[in-house]
Write a protein that binds this ligand. Structure first.
Ligand code: ACO
Length: 310
């Protein structure tokens, strides 16, 4: 028995902020943002929609698609760096709203790699036989830790949530392999400041990401004796199209076999991979028995990848 994805869901706020809108706030241009990042617009949540609200909406979608009832969840893991408050966790907040009272619940902090860390944690509990059904959510309201006067960062980020129910599947399916990593020496390049804003050394993070995304994606495939030719679909963290392209080129897979939503949502950190996954499932882009690679990197620095058979 392996742990696999039983259903997915996502939520993005309605309010669209375009690059043209940002031109009115900071010294930037639509051309610069599109050329450097591939981002055209992002979704920003209003004051009355906080992280837990978005997490809840994505969770409802994932439960519906999986056919699992909230009361049958054994655990809720929420990956986020923008929880509503220090405590309780977003996981406890949505446990209450879902009525998932059998489930243990905790948040997990690994920035943009958080959803991969969550999936791998869920896999351990399921494959050890401890738990059956685990809800993993990646959610961020990055707009509340964005300095809207800093053009280096404010053009990059967006808000949203994605979720998956993970549970037992047959041996030839599910999560085949994973890689997780962290390098705390990278903290100066990407962290939250004492004013609570995101500080980023874009060039350093870019260099790290280009190298790590490609390496990790390839590692998880080779770990199970497969090669890049076996990969059917790639879902990279949606941070920057140039970083995503580097990973795609390393795996030598065609453009249409890579998930892309960075142009419409920007970088939604822990939410980016599960949003992309959920949208791709609904669009029929992922087919039975295909080999899918999910790969991300983020603040910490952290990184993670999984190879899974759909
Ligand atoms: N509009 C116009 N000019 C800008 C903007 C902007 N929005 N932002 C920065 N610039 C300027 C800078 O001031 C700098 O000017 P200078 O050279 O006069 O000092 C110049 O543009 C920087 O240009 P480049 O170095 O050529 O920019 P680069 O190609 O590195 O692209 C970017 C910058 C997009 C930030 C890139 O480095 C990147 O994507 N890095 C990775 C970011 C990332 O993915 N972070 C993940 C964080 S996620 C998390 O953990 C929440």
């Amino acid at each position: 028995m392996k742990a696999g994805i039983l259903g997915t869901g996502h939520y993005v706020p309605e309010h669209v902020v375009t690059n043209k809108d940002l031109e009115k706030i900071v010294d930037t241009s639509d051309e610069w943002i599109q050329a450097r990042t591939g981002i055209a617009e992002r979704r920003i949540a209003p004051d009355d929609i906080d992280t837990s609200n978005m997490a809840y909406e994505s969770a409802v979608g994932a439960l519906e698609e999986s056919g699992i009832s909230a009361k049958d969840l054994d655990m809720i893991l929420v990956a986020t760096v923008t929880s509503d408050m220090g405590f309780p966790s977003v996981a406890c907040q949505i446990q209450e709203r879902l009525g998932a009272f059998q489930a243990s619940a905790m948040d997990l902090s690994a920035a943009c790699s958080g959803f991969i860390y969550g999936m791998v944690t869920a896999k351990q509990f399921i494959e050890s036989g401890t738990y059956q059904n685990i809800l993993v959510v990646g959610v961020e309201k990055l707009s509340k830790i964005t300095d809207w006067e800093d053009r280096n960062t404010c053009v990059l980020f967006g808000d949203g949530a994605g979720a998956a129910v993970i549970g037992p599947v047959s041996d030839d399916k599910g999560i085949l392999s994973f890689e997780l990593g962290a390098d705390g020496t990278g903290i100066p390049h990407l962290h939250q400041t004492s004013e609570d804003y995101i500080h980023m050394n874009g060039r350093e993070v870019f260099k790290f990401a280009v190298r790590q995304m490609g390496d990790s994606a390839l590692n998880v495939v080779e770990k199970v004796g497969l090669t890049k030719d076996d990969v059917d679909y790639l879902i990279p963290h949606q941070a920057n199209i140039r970083i995503m392209e580097a990973a795609r080129e390393k795996l030598e897979i065609p453009d249409e076999k890579m998930s892309k939503s960075v142009h419409k949502y920007g970088n939604t950190s822990a939410a980016s991979i599960p949003i992309a996954l959920s949208e791709d499932v609904k669009a029929g882009k992922i087919k039975e028995d295909e080999l899918i690679v999910l790969v991300g990197f983020g603040g910490g620095l952290t990184w993670g990848a999984v190879a899974l058979r759909w």
